[in-house]
Design a protein around this ligand. Structure first.
Ligand code: IFM
Length: 405
């Protein structure tokens, strides 16, 4: 039996575009149609049904919930801020508070307003100021309800998918463009961090806790050769720790948000920048179970990455961890194994403060559409009926007691 600390945050995470539905002013809305991808359409209709979803979360003993603010709803046209959208998000946060659920609020989770995308999105130098203006409106309106802020979700994933691999809008494959976007996102986080603290000071609110969510992978050399050990080390530095090091240097993190899903087995094919960052082992040695998207399930990797965060001397919140599967029993096994992995890191001195499962609901998995099922709650996309899965009920016992059987 494993017992977690008393004040631990337990819950689940979502992102606006993936659950709300009808985000027609977003760049993704236009891109998914242009690229012939599955359309997000009404998604889970969470924009309308958020109270019902929070009742379900409350019933499952969640005491925390991560959500994101859709920039394109708050600022559908450049410089025009929607009082109605801001009021909506205020109502959403009050609905969480009324249920004693602590909100964790993300400002940027992959999507941009279509007007920003038309200007070149984050490639554009002005994107930093435009993001800050948006953040200023949102934080001033919502500060009274929020303690935990995530400025940007998974910048490494956003930059690599949109600007290196070319699978997300704007489908670029350019190292130079990726670097520009990365530079702007780094500046945006640092400035947003300071802005959020400033607004809380002005509003005489207790200090907020501000971070970003870092997608971390266990990067494991596929054999003991020096080249693969070196490549795995370098990739860890770049992929897992690049942003972290910069933000820590600028004193722009109050905690570390970790999104963890899987491992990558590093097998360097030849010496080249692309190879160093992308080569993976294709041999079927050391096989493990995988989720329905083929990602290796590797709970021990979570202990490994958490232990590597010890040097930053900051609290860590697991802002995402989850599995897409059609076998719900596998979901509970996944959760239990990862909670044990987190506990092992806590025992070794890592201060982990919360666990937010990805995701509360089945939802729109970006270019993969609605196929992957990550939810604690099953979604019938025709009727929008919600059904609580058995894994959710098992996880709810952990949320209620802090004990993993
Ligand atoms: O659905 C995504 C989420 O938007 C960001 N983190 C990973 C999840 C699963 O792919």
């Amino acid at each position: 039996m494993i017992r977690f600390p008393k004040d631990f945050l337990w819950g689940a995470a979502t992102a606006a575009y993936q659950v709300e539905g009808d985000n027609c002013h977003s760049d993704w809305w236009h891109w998914e149609k242009k690229a012939g991808k599955e359309s997000s359409g009404p998604a889970c209709r969470h924009y309308d049904f958020y109270k019902m979803d929070f009742d379900l979360a409350k019933g499952l003993h969640h005491n925390a919930h991560r959500l994101s603010i859709e920039w394109s709803r708050v600022e559908p046209e450049e410089g025009q801020f929607s009082a109605e959208a801001l009021q909506h998000y205020l109502d959403v946060l009050k609905a969480l508070r009324a249920r004693q659920i602590e909100p964790v609020v993300t400002l940027h989770h992959f999507t941009n307003p279509a007007w920003l995308a038309a200007k070149g999105a984050w490639e554009e130098g002005k994107s930093v100021d435009l993001f800050l203006r948006f953040a200023d409106h949102v934080v001033r309106a919502l500060a009274g309800q929020v303690r935990y802020w995530i400025t940007i979700n998974e910048p490494t994933i956003y930059v690599s998918h949109a600007y290196l691999f070319g699978v997300w809008p704007p489908q670029a494959k350019s190292f130079m463009r990726a670097r520009r976007v990365e530079r702007h996102m780094v500046a945006a986080h640092i400035k947003a961090y300071r802005l959020i603290h400033k607004i809380y000071g002005e509003q005489r609110l207790p200090a907020p806790a501000v971070s970003f969510s870092q997608h971390m992978m266990a990067l494991v050399p596929c054999d003991k050769t020096l080249k693969n050990r070196f490549a795995a080390w370098l990739r860890h530095k770049w992929f897992n720790e690049g942003y972290l090091d910069t933000f820590v240097r600028h004193k722009a993190l109050d905690f570390i948000g970790v999104n963890y899903y899987s491992r990558q087995r590093v097998d360097l094919k030849k010496w080249g920048l692309r190879n160093l960052f992308a080569d993976v082992c294709e041999k079927n040695h050391d096989p493990v179970a995988a989720n329905s998207l083929g990602w290796d399930i590797y709970p021990e990797g979570l202990t490994q990455v958490l232990l590597k965060l010890k040097k930053y001397k900051l609290p860590v919140m697991i802002t995402e961890n989850g599995i897409c599967t059609l076998e719900d029993a596998q979901r509970w096994e996944f959760i239990a194994a990862h909670l044990k992995a987190i506990h092992r890191a806590i025992e070794q001195g890592v201060l982990v403060t919360g666990y937010l499962y990805w995701s509360l609901l089945d939802n729109f998995e970006w270019d993969k559409g609605f196929g992957p099922r990550f939810g604690l709650i099953e979604m019938d996309y025709k009727t929008h009926q919600r059904t609580v899965r058995e894994s959710a009920k098992k996880f709810s016992r952990v949320c209620a007691t802090g004990v993993v059987p």
